[in-house]
Design a protein around this ligand. Structure first.
Ligand SMILES: *[C@@H]1O[C@H](CO)[C@@H](O)[C@H](O)[C@H]1NC(C)=O
Ligand SMILES: *[C@@H]1O[C@H](CO)[C@@H](O)[C@H](O)[C@H]1NC(C)=O
Ligand SMILES: *[C@@H]1O[C@H](CO)[C@@H](O)[C@H](O)[C@H]1NC(C)=O
Length: 414
């Protein structure tokens, strides 16, 4: 009996040990598998560079030959001939960046320029590092929006609006066919309370309904510790053709956008930044549809045509946009708890005005005859004006404009 008892307990012990070893092996296999997956993803994203530039902010900018860029991983772009210039460029009401005396704002470029430039026929790409991918919840989710959330001022369901914790302060137009949009936006470095939150200022070119098949092209500046690993303000783009589900990504983190410009890198830090009561720095962004080829082009500032999203990426936007939005968005990551102190824009309310508040000026749309013009019937929208607010106006120099933003948590926004 005693022997039998010993052998049973030995058996159990053996089983126990075997289980421990097995789970350790599994864990090791799991991390090995993850490491391999991350490695493979990095190899897919980071194309061989002709030259690499170390930026003062820690980024590495790879100058990649224009025909080796990520876009050409897309099966539909295998035989694509790059369009090196748009066949059409809409003319603006405000060709020169015009600000009144005493309200001087200055042009902005990118931080990595301090250490070099990319040669002709290459495009600058912010190199994705292992840590960038490891910060994402999975390799698949890296570079993509986490929530199906978009500012929907037309929604009649307030619960739906507040659900995702995303908060907006925007101006918008809808009810017509739009072929592009433009704005000049001053650049700030809003404080982010926790790394899974972000703060951005952008324009949205939207097509379709706010359902599962929403098409969106987005561009502006953002601070996103999760995406970039720091609190720097960066130029970004985003696109989706199915309401942020399976298609699209930030910047060049998936195949889609075709870049032609060798001077501006998507996702790279913008420099300098506006100061409260100090000099104001702004960027201009123009996105428009080429009426000949149907591609959506993007221009940064007055001089940099960055590239285009081919029309076939989209359904509704293959024809035109049905809504344009301009403004700010932040994530309030615990919508049921205290309000986040993540700032939008300058972190100050619109009332404070020039030099203190964040603004969009000279907002314009591209109409059906491919002209830039001041939008008619501009609406404004914010979920909680005590946290982040928006105030629009109109004058000679700034055309249609608005101030927006706020501090988030404050006595009126607990
Ligand atoms: C690209 O060209 C090759 C050779 O002409 C052809 O077999 C292939 O189907 C083309 N691919 C696309 C996506 O058009
Ligand atoms: C969102 O939630 C806040 C806090 O519960 C509430 O004050 C606000 O009215 C809501 N906004 C909308 C548009 O329902
Ligand atoms: C970003 O800012 C937050 C506070 O606003 C700070 O706690 C954090 O350390 C900063 N992160 C980096 C990488 O500088």
């Amino acid at each position: 009996m005693a022997t039998a008892h010993v052998s049973v307990s030995h058996g159990l012990l053996g089983l126990f040990l075997a289980l421990i070893l097995l789970s350790r092996a599994e864990a090791r296999l799991g991390t090995t598998r993850q490491r391999l997956e991350v490695h493979r993803h990095l190899r897919r994203l980071n194309k061989p560079a002709v030259k690499s530039i170390q930026s003062p902010d820690g980024d590495i900018i790879d100058c990649v030959h224009v025909s080796h860029q990520p876009a050409f991983d897309h099966p539909f772009l295998q035989n694509h001939t790059i369009q090196m210039r748009p066949s059409f460029h809409p003319e603006g009401l405000y060709a020169e960046s015009k600000v009144s005396a005493g309200e001087k704002s200055r042009p902005v470029l990118q931080m990595w320029h301090q250490n070099g430039r990319c040669p002709e026929n290459t495009i600058p790409i912010r190199r994705t590092q292992k840590d960038d991918v490891l910060r994402a919840s999975s390799v698949k989710k890296y570079g993509r929006k986490k929530h199906k959330s978009f500012p929907n001022p037309l929604s009649v369901d307030p619960d739906l609006l507040n659900e995702s914790g995303h908060q907006h302060a925007i101006a918008y137009v809808e009810g017509d066919k739009y072929y592009g949009a433009k704005a000049t936006i001053n650049v700030w470095e809003p404080k982010i309370q926790q790394p899974n939150e972000f703060s951005l200022s952008q324009l949205w070119i939207l097509g379709g309904s706010f359902g599962e098949d929403l098409n969106s092209i987005e561009a502006g500046w953002q601070v996103s510790p999760d995406l970039y690993g720091d609190n720097n303000t960066r130029l970004f783009t985003y696109w989706t053709s199915d309401a942020y589900q399976a298609t699209g990504c930030y910047n060049l983190l998936c195949s889609g956008f075709i870049q032609i410009n060798s001077e501006i890198a998507m996702g790279a830090s913008i420099y300098p930044i506006s100061g409260y009561g100090g000099p104001q720095y702004d960027i201009s962004i123009l996105v428009w549809k080429d009426p000949k080829e149907g591609n959506w082009w993007m221009q940064f500032g007055n001089d940099y045509v960055l590239g285009y999203w081919p029309s076939f990426l989209f359904s509704y936007l293959a024809d035109s946009a049905s809504m344009i939005e301009w403004g700010g968005e932040v994530v309030n990551s615990e919508p049921d708890g205290e309000h986040t102190s993540t700032q939008m824009g300058s972190g100050h309310f619109p009332e404070e005005g020039f030099g203190k508040s964040s603004y969009f000026r000279n907002i314009q749309i591209v109409d059906a005859s491919n002209n830039l013009r001041s939008p008619k019937g501009v609406g404004t929208f914010t979920e909680q004006s005590n946290c982040y607010d928006v105030q629009n106006g109109n004058n000679g120099d700034w055309g249609s404009y608005f101030y927006y933003g706020g501090p988030g948590q404050n006595p009126n926004c607990p």
